[in-house]
Design a protein around this ligand. Structure first.
Ligand SMILES: [Cu+2]
Length: 362
């Protein structure tokens, strides 16, 4: 049994009738099956039943962002990152064994100022799986971005490293053991934000999203417990492409949309964990009015970018204004990933209509 129809209905509801995007037309109004579906992945014997979950949701709250830097002198930060295995739902009825930094996806955002010192403790509890783990920060000068010195096995004493945040920007961190593609695809990535000495522009909201691919041995929407499909990963043919580990998480049918008011501004930090696919990052019904390409926070941001490439292994940032109410849908504009694989999040913008800017009934 698949849930493709309900997934499609959810997408159509979320996108809304009359949406400017044309993909709705590709779905067919009759809910008929895509002839390609049902042939990918999975075994004829079906999946084992869904397992008990360890957490209500794998998706980190996108507002779970540390406060902006307010200090003007270098500081020291003691940070602990602990790995955690979590069985959770990718979408309702579909369970999967995730590997995480801190129990949710993406891993906790680390936020410091250029020149700050970070003392990192990295711990892999012995109830983790048999695999070694480590953490490679793209914000760190040093072997493996810290990975060489943090490689430990479950139950080992925690690893400790200390580094100076020498160069500003927003960066990814990820597990970088030899089979790192498997670990990242299971959820082991997050972001570290090194604010420039002059700080960042003030905004009303900051959101934190992480895109990644999940390669399972089931079909998309197939109820039950999905195992990991290494061959699909090697073919770079994911079952799901998701934001914060969960299909359609930040929609009305998921854990709920992100929220903003007309007249406010938002900056979205967008980590593409990959491990393999470029994201074509686009806000439907809006534009990245200031776009920090590749996470570069020193150059002047690019202006009014519609669809921005975000390479795997990158955290980019985009700022938006909200002059009119209505949903802004964040997508990977490789749209089959939106329609069929889960890459959709919504910012619900509430407030007064602004017909000077947009009038839907003139
Ligand atoms: Cu790992």
């Amino acid at each position: 049994m698949t849930r493709n129809d309900s997934t499609r209905r959810r997408f159509l509801t979320t996108v809304g009738a009359g949406s400017a995007i044309a993909v709705a037309g590709c779905l067919g109004g009759d809910g008929s099956e895509d002839p390609d579906e049902g042939t990918e992945g999975g075994s004829d014997d079906g999946l084992p039943p869904a397992e008990d979950v360890d957490a209500d949701r794998i998706a980190r709250d996108p507002t779970d962002v540390p406060d902006p830097v307010t200090w003007n002198e270098p500081r020291e930060h003691d940070i602990t990152i602990e790995t955690e295995r979590v069985t959770a739902e990718i979408e309702p009825g579909v369970t999967f064994d995730f590997m995480t930094f801190g129990g949710q996806i993406p891993g906790p955002m680390v936020r410091v100022r250029q020149g700050d010192r970070v003392n990192l403790t990295f711990d892999v509890p012995d109830d983790m799986n048999m695999e070694m783990h480590n953490v490679d920060f793209h914000a760190v000068y040093g072997p493996g971005g810290g990975a060489d010195a943090t490689t430990i096995a479950p139950g080992d004493d925690p690893a400790e490293i200390s580094f100076s945040a020498e160069y500003p920007g927003v960066f990814i961190y990820h597990c970088a053991v030899p089979n790192m593609d498997y670990h990242i695809s299971s959820g082991m990535f997050g972001s570290i934000l090194v604010e420039p000495k002059d700080g960042l522009p003030e905004v009303d909201h900051e959101f934190y999203l992480g895109q990644h691919e999940i390669y399972t041995d089931g079909k998309v929407g197939e109820e039950g417990h999905h195992g990991f499909d290494f061959d699909a990963m090697k073919r770079e043919d994911p079952t799901y492409v998701v934001f914060n580990g969960q299909a359609y998480a930040f929609t009305g049918d998921g854990v709920g949309p992100m929220e903003a008011e007309v007249g406010e501004t938002a900056r979205v930090y967008f980590a593409n964990g990959g491990p393999n696919l470029m994201s074509s990052w686009h806000p439907i019904g809006n534009v990245w009015s200031d776009f920090y390409r590749d996470g570069d926070l020193l150059s002047e941001p690019d202006k009014n970018i519609e669809t921005a490439p975000v390479a795997p292994g990158t955290t980019a940032a985009g700022e938006m204004e909200f002059p009119v109410p209505g949903p802004v849908k964040i997508v990977d504009h490789a749209l089959s990933r939106v329609v069929h694989k889960g890459a959709l999040g919504v910012i619900d913008v509430q407030g007064e209509e602004n017909p000077d800017v947009y009038d839907e009934d003139p």
